[in-house]
Ligand binder design. Structure first.
Ligand SMILES: Cc1ncc(COP(=O)(O)O)c(C=O)c1O
Length: 405
């Protein structure tokens, strides 16, 4: 038999996808047993609503009117101009259309940016817990991950003190930040963004800012790193705020033109072009604020429901999200009550007993994540209410074992 490369074989799975598979199996099992209980999906990081109507209409029109060939590797001029304009509108930052590089989701942007910026052996820092694909893509590229152990005290974000400490172990080549963060929803406020950017400028370190959850504002509004560091690399996507996960359109803002030739060559070779149909439709997504802000109002309401309901189900140590649609939760007391060895086991128990799917923290933090779990509240408010009720019923049985007569 043939074996995959060591590089391929060593990449951890994206565990949330495994949870999704388990949840689907549970769904089938419930149906086969004739149960009307539905699995509540609080594991997936995607809006339960689809793309705005205008986007769907534009896609339908493009299917019949456009031949849908390849576009240029950097994206269509219309879309690049429209995205550039967003930066003036949202943040008062001037971005030129030729500084916007369209990508196949932000995932495509990570692959291209990391390949263009880092060599095998480069040391790249990021807060842990954090989005697992940064680590896994960098590992596939032979880079070294420098974990900045974030805590509730640091609002789950990196600090300059963590960077100074990490730099004692060797030169840092890059810093990746996500604000709002996945899995905690916390944001980096202006003064802290300034400090992190200045540290990178002082030390000649690439600064990559994942701004995919911008627009999904629940509390403090996130800032763009472009306001603090002109040559930072911003990555964003239509997946989350615009509810277009499966359309696979994202972008990078790269003001430092000296990086463009490498990035363009990589985009050409890796992807040829971003899906044309999705690019044509995405132009209209930037005119749908009213519809999309309606979803954000729903997430805000969902957060309120969970913050009120979860503590009564034993989930009482929760992150304080300012954005995105995630809550990160310390579950040690539930581990003792259920005798589950870690949060992966706890999540399986909760799926089995409550038909509520949530994600183990091990996806986001391979070291401490066994004591944490993540709730995604991108679904309907009715599902959040139902999930709280099911979890509370489950918890009340756990906390009070049936007395023996
Ligand atoms: C922080 C973060 N960045 C990037 C992505 C990937 O998004 P996409 O490739 O759909 O743009 C996700 C998806 O969950 C995410 O949570």
């Amino acid at each position: 038999t043939m074996r995959p490369s060591n590089r391929g074989a060593q990449i951890p799975s994206f565990k949330v996808m495994d949870v999704m598979r388990q949840a689907q199996a549970k769904e089938i099992a419930l149906k086969e047993a004739g149960s009307s209980t539905k699995v509540l999906h609080l594991e997936v990081g995607q809006p339960s609503t689809g793309a705005p109507q205008k986007v769907k209409d534009a896609a339908a029109a493009a299917v019949s009117s456009d031949k849908l060939g390849y576009t240029g590797a950097l994206g269509t001029p219309e879309l690049r101009s429209k995205v550039a304009l967003e930066y003036t509108k949202r943040y008062g930052v001037q971005v030129e259309p030729d500084e916007v590089l369209m990508t196949t989701g932000s995932s495509g942007a990570f692959i291209v940016a990391f390949t263009a910026l880092f060599d095998a052996g480069s040391r790249v820092a990021m807060a842990i817990p954090g989005y697992p694909c940064y680590r896994n893509i960098l590992q596939a590229l032979g880079c070294e991950i420098v974990a900045l152990p974030a805590t509730a005290e640091s609002n789950w974000q990196p600090t300059v003190a963590m960077l100074d400490e990490a730099a004692k172990g060797g030169r840092i080549d890059g810093l990746i930040v996500a604000s709002p963060s996945n899995p905690t929803g916390t944001v980096i406020l202006g003064p802290q963004m300034q400090e992190l950017c200045d540290w990178c400028t002082r030390n000649g370190v690439f600064f990559v800012s994942d701004e995919i959850y911008h627009g999904l504002t629940l509390g403090n509004k996130p800032v763009t790193s472009l306001s603090y560091k002109r040559d930072s690399i911003v990555i964003n996507s239509f997946s989350k705020y615009h509810c277009m996960t499966g359309w696979r359109v994202g972008w990078m803002v790269v003001k430092d033109k000296s990086l463009h030739p490498a990035m363009e060559a990589l985009l050409q070779n890796f992807f040829i072009s971003v899906p044309t149909l999705a690019q044509l439709a995405a132009v209209t997504a930037l005119d749908c604020e009213e519809e999309l802000d309606g979803h954000v109002a729903r997430y805000r309401n969902n957060l309120r429901v969970l913050l009120e309901g979860l503590p009564a189900a034993g989930f009482d140590r929760l992150s304080r999200p300012d954005g995105a649609f995630y809550l990160y939760c310390e579950v040690s007391s539930l581990l003792s009550l259920t005798k589950a060895p870690d949060s992966l086991a706890l999540c399986s128990i909760i799926l089995r007993d409550c038909a509520v799917a949530i994600t183990s923290g091990l996806d986001f933090d391979p070291v401490r994540g066994g004591r944490f779990a993540r709730f995604s509240f991108a679904g309907s408010t009715a599902d959040m209410e139902d999930a709280c009720q099911r979890l509370q019923r489950w918890y009340s049985k756990l906390a009070k074992p049936p007395s023996k007569l």
